[in-house]
Design a protein around this ligand. Sequence first.
Ligand code: B12
Length: 331
Amino acid sequence: MTADPAERYWAAVSRNDTHEARSVATSLLREGVPMPTVLEGLVGAAQRRIGELWASNDWSVAREHAATAVSEQVVRSLREEQARLAAADRSVGADRPLLVVCAEREWHALPAMMLSATLEHAGHTVQYLGADVSTTALQGALLEAAPRAALVSASLSSSLVYVRRHVEAATSVAVPVVVGGSAFDRDGVRALRLGATAFAASAADLESTLAALPTYVEPVGPLRDDAALEAYAIMAELPSFSADAVARVRSDAAADAVAVEAIADQVPHVFGSVAGALLTGDSTIVAEITEWLDGVGRARAADTTTTQAVWSAVERQLGEFPHALDLVRSR
Ligand code: B12
């Protein structure tokens, strides 16, 4: 057996051995390796590798799910272990928790769970609400928990419109909002446009951000420019736009059926990302999603006509939205 914990962890995750994965990770924590190092070196590295293996078509969606389920169990165990080890040492912010939530429809819960573990390591009290937190659920939690801040996690650019709703909900009751996750650019341009109180590019950067947060904030004003209104209208029509576009991709694309399905599966994410680009005024989102979709297609031996079929179908649905069409056509 290899002695390198990261390799042992990866071997365990890739054969769905929760017991071994948990044992590698919790042993490091007990030996005194800091939580953020364990998380980044084992879990983060494994999750990124899983993402690459799915994108390159080496791993199925089912395998990706199974491996992620192992990592989720591990992070849960690490949080429990840490709570046990540090039970006597809870001081920072113990009275008002930090509320950690995913945007609505955002299923990438593990990044938010890892963030929660890192915050707890720094002594913060955390209330972690998990994936797909609706605005209504957030409103309830804001009233019940009276948090010091709401921390909103989004991994997908198609979640940015939903992030904005959380910003509105939190600031409407004066609670500061910090946003983060891979949906955001490193300079925080998207976060600023969404009206977040602050942005942190990583869990490590968060401590100084939290220290500088105001106690109370003003409610954000509405986003009412034409591009924002298009973004909201696209999200409202997302199910029907996606269904029509998927049907068109299936009939127009020339690649084999499995490849076409894998690409058609991404259509709601493509529409949501266009809406995210409109709301944040950041056209790089559309460029990024174009490059990413081409990669997904290439790995499945679908020629560019398949991804082109997606963009043609998307354009067709966006006929009434001039700002969206501009974005898609100039990508
Ligand atoms: C596991 C996984 C899933 C799981 C999630 C289950 C779960 N329990 O989390 C499932 C199967 C549900 C899933 C679904 C999808 N996924 Co996915 N997924 C992943 C994967 C492999 C790992 C995610 C993860 O665990 N990351 C953990 C670490 C690595 O994330 P991290 O962002 O570095 O997190 C840190 C920081 O960002 C920061 N942070 C995070 N949040 C916040 C918040 C604040 C306030 C702060 C300060 C910091 C902070 O702290 C974290 C810890 O250090 C990624 C690959 C990847 N590279 O992440 C793809 C990935 C994110 N998924 C992707 C896609 C496309 C999807 C789907 C759209 C696919 C589909 N068509 O169904 C759906 C969307 C579902 C939805 N609506 O949310 C793409 C996104 C591509 C893109 N460029 O847009 C990726 C990159 C895969 C790929 N290589 O193509 N996915």
